[in-house]
Design a protein around this ligand. Structure first.
Ligand SMILES: Cc1ncc(COP(=O)(O)O)c(C=O)c1O
Length: 399
């Protein structure tokens, strides 16, 4: 029956039919530790009981309506999410996917500034289609507006000095055309890279000085993934627009665009007009409310660091001829693979992925970036980390 499904990507042959916490089960009853959190979405674990309850409760009331009507669940989610943010924002809309919210945000920045050019970093992934794809590394379209950036974790670095001239040149030559700088705080699809903070602060300052907006793509880095509530906090910057997705719905497709009324007022109502069938729907909003509850109740931020440390020290302790480098940020881990005398990088990546799957461990991978990748749920338990370590060592020693 798989033959009926359009092959938009590769599919494993097993079928999943159940999920709880860090685990998913196939139709034969075999269970797998999901070290990808679905598609990096279930930060709170699969089928969190509080979210299941919120879905059932809201479904009993109303889950969809005409765009003319708002619902109490939507208003509650809007207010609570705005309060959840570290900075002051007073405007929000709920959409469905990260890509949609990124598209909306870039269009919004263009409407606010009446300009067209979008700056991004070279390795960003900002969405699956449209303008956000165009500004991502996955687009074949070359652009001078995709900025090369220094990777750095220091505070007293000379990164800015080295790159200042090229940044100044971009701003000088595009001064009156820059609508926004769109930043993915940690390049996750792009290979797990953290750009230098002073470099980022400089671009944000320049963007605002020329009248552009700073748009932060928190689709993957939001809700604790980096060890902070939001990835942009690492850079001590104040975004004009924040985009949330993935973990916002803990696996349910709801996303959000957050901004300030000072920008909304720069657009006419016809410019702002946007309508799709499920925008601001109450089911997604009820889920957002439950995610915010669980995040606080389970003290996700307070509890995550010890688990990050356990995983980080384990991955960094791995020594194997096929491991080139380990990169990590918060609960985001990449193991860069190198070829051996008898296997290509691609063969090694597929072998590790397949053998781990047989052992009941789901990991992510990118043959293009030559790495395997793990973004486990933030709620992963210490005993689950032990299982992952054991299986990983077993698989690596067999290669
Ligand atoms: C940083 C970032 N932005 C945007 C997106 C697009 O989100 P979605 O897949 O929900 O459309 C993704 C998806 O992986 C992402 O990682």
């Amino acid at each position: 029956m798989q033959s009926h499904i359009l092959k938009t990507n590769e599919f494993e042959s097993l079928l999943l039919h159940k999920a709880v916490g860090s685990w998913v089960w196939d139709t034969n009853g075999k269970k797998y530790l999901d070290c990808e959190s679905g598609m990096w979405c279930v930060n709170l674990g699969h089928n969190h009981p509080k979210t299941v309850e919120a879905i059932k409760d809201q479904a009993d009331k109303i889950w969809h309506r005409n765009k003319m009507f708002l619902t109490p669940a939507t208003l509650e989610a809007a207010e609570r999410l705005l309060n959840f943010l570290p900075n002051d924002y007073d405007k929000i809309t709920f959409l469905n996917s990260g890509s949609e919210a990124m598209e909306f945000s870039i269009s919004f920045a263009k409407k606010v500034t009446k300009r067209e050019k979008v700056l991004s970093l070279q390795d960003s992934y900002l969405g699956a289609y449209g303008q956000s794809k165009e500004s991502s590394f996955t687009s074949s379209k070359q652009s001078k507006l995709k900025i090369r950036y220094p990777i750095c974790d220091k505070t007293d670095c000379d990164c800015l000095e080295k790159h200042k001239e090229s940044i100044d040149f971009i701003f000088k030559t595009n001064k009156d055309e820059i609508a926004c700088f769109v930043l993915e705080p940690i390049m996750v699809s792009g290979g797990i890279f953290k750009p230098c903070a002073s470099f980022i602060q400089y671009i944000c300052e320049k963007t605002k000085n020329v009248g552009g907006l700073v748009v932060i793509d928190e689709v993957t880095t939001g809700f604790g993934r980096t060890g902070k509530k939001f990835g942009y906090e690492i850079f001590e910057i104040t975004p004009d627009v924040i985009v949330l997705g993935k973990a916002l719905g803990n696996g349910y497709p709801v996303s959000a665009v957050i901004t300030q009324s000072q920008f909304e007022t720069k657009c006419s109502s016809s410019e702002l007009y946007y309508a799709q069938s499920h925008q601001l729907d109450p089911l997604g909003a009820a889920i957002v409310n439950s995610v915010i509850d669980v995040f606080a109740e389970e003290k996700i931020l307070e509890n995550i660091q010890s688990k990050i440390n356990l995983l980080d020290s384990f991955f960094r302790s791995l020594t194997h001829p096929c491991i080139k480098e380990v990169r990590s940020f918060g609960m985001i881990f990449a193991i860069q693979i190198k070829s051996s005398s008898n296997m290509t990088t691609e063969e090694i990546i597929y072998t590790i992925k397949n053998k781990l799957l047989q052992e009941g461990i789901i990991i992510g991978y990118s043959t293009q970036k030559e790495l395997i990748r793990l973004l486990p749920p933030l709620t992963i338990k210490e005993e689950e980390i032990k299982i992952l370590k054991k299986k990983m060592l077993k698989v690596l020693s067999s290669i």
